[in-house]
Design a protein around this ligand. Structure first.
Ligand code: HEM
Length: 284
């Protein structure tokens, strides 16, 4: 997992160096080659069946765009860029949300009272056969606060994607010359004592006011900010809310018999991963 997530960043930023070094990036390169050949096959399938009038997915749209801009010498739409974009979506879009959910379930198990309160809110607000949608978060302030605090507390992307400054600039009084590589320290924002009452403790008051209403927090920069903010932010927020709420509505999560606690130590990589753990999902 680490090789798949961390090394793409390192590889793209310092490719001249990593190519000459032994290490786990070799495993990444094998996975990368596998993923690329899978994507190439998909592109070929799309090309063979032709672009439908109503494009069905990303590859359809991209192929149509390549075709539209084929006479433009400055166009960046080509198969190589399409491949890179699909790889980015695979890497950014799978491990991140899955890791967020793994931390969330672990934390929920360690706080059974919170799990019960979420279940009560879901039972009180939603009808028994009603499926959960993202819009429901507005009627479920407690559940929404739990989903947010779980993400803040686990902070799975502690450092954003490396960016390079395209011109001399000034950032809150600090000169940043053109060419500087900038690594946004998201962890420091999500655990800033000036912003959060108890930065390193799970605390729902970070997202609830005294009347139990959900409070949006400007410092909740889980997905970074600015022009290159996470492209999948909306999708990730929707997935995390719906998956977690649906899971807690259907199951109560518990430690297996005889197990007292779960190892909360981090595995440090591009994403902060939990150690593998076992929990029981008891149908409600
Ligand atoms: C909990 C889930 C996720 C977290 C915490 C997260 C976080 C981030 C962060 C911090 C960045 C760096 C932004 C910057 O450089 O300033 C980023 C970039 C990105 N993310 Fe996510 N992400 C998540 C889920 C997703 C999903 C589901 C997708 C796509 C389906 C996705 C696609 C991307 C892409 C393509 C970029 C690069 C954007 C660019 O370079 O313009 N991410 N993400």
């Amino acid at each position: 997992i680490i090789s798949f997530v961390f090394f793409p960043q390192l590889y793209h930023t310092f490719s001249w160096l990593t190519e000459h070094l032994p290490g786990p990036h070799k495993k990444f390169l094998t996975s990368y080659t596998f993923l690329c050949s899978f994507i190439k096959k998909e592109i070929k399938n799309h090309e063979e069946r032709g672009t439908p009038e109503e494009p069905q997915d990303f590859i359809d749209y991209y192929l149509a765009q390549i075709d539209k801009s084929k006479d433009d010498p400055n166009s960046t739409f080509d198969e190589k860029n399409m491949m890179s974009s699909i790889v980015d979506l695979f890497i950014g879009g799978t491990e991140s949300t899955a890791t967020g959910l793994r931390w969330s379930l672990m934390t929920v198990v360690m706080h059974p009272g919170i799990q019960e309160k979420v279940q009560k809110e879901l039972d009180d607000v939603l009808g028994p056969n009603e499926s959960i949608g993202y819009e429901d978060r507005k009627k479920l302030p407690y559940t929404n606060a739990v989903v947010h605090e779980l993400q803040r507390y686990s902070c799975i992307v502690p450092v954003g994607v490396p960016r390079q400054c395209v011109k001399d600039t000034n950032l809150v009084g600090f000169p940043v010359p053109k060419g500087t590589i900038v690594l946004p320290n998201i962890f420091s924002v999500l655990s800033d004592p000036d912003q959060w009452e108890t930065p390193r403790r799970f605390n729902l008051n970070h997202f609830l006011d005294k009347d139990g209403n959900f409070v949006k927090r400007e410092a909740f920069l889980l997905f970074s900010a600015g022009h290159r903010v996470c492209l999948g932010e909306r999708l990730a927020r929707t997935e995390l809310f719906i998956f977690l709420a649906s899971l807690l509505r259907s199951f109560t999560f518990k430690l297996p018999e005889g197990v007292k606690e779960i190892n909360r130590e981090l595995i440090l990589g591009g994403l902060l991963q939990p150690h593998p753990y076992k929990i029981c999902a008891v149908p409600r």
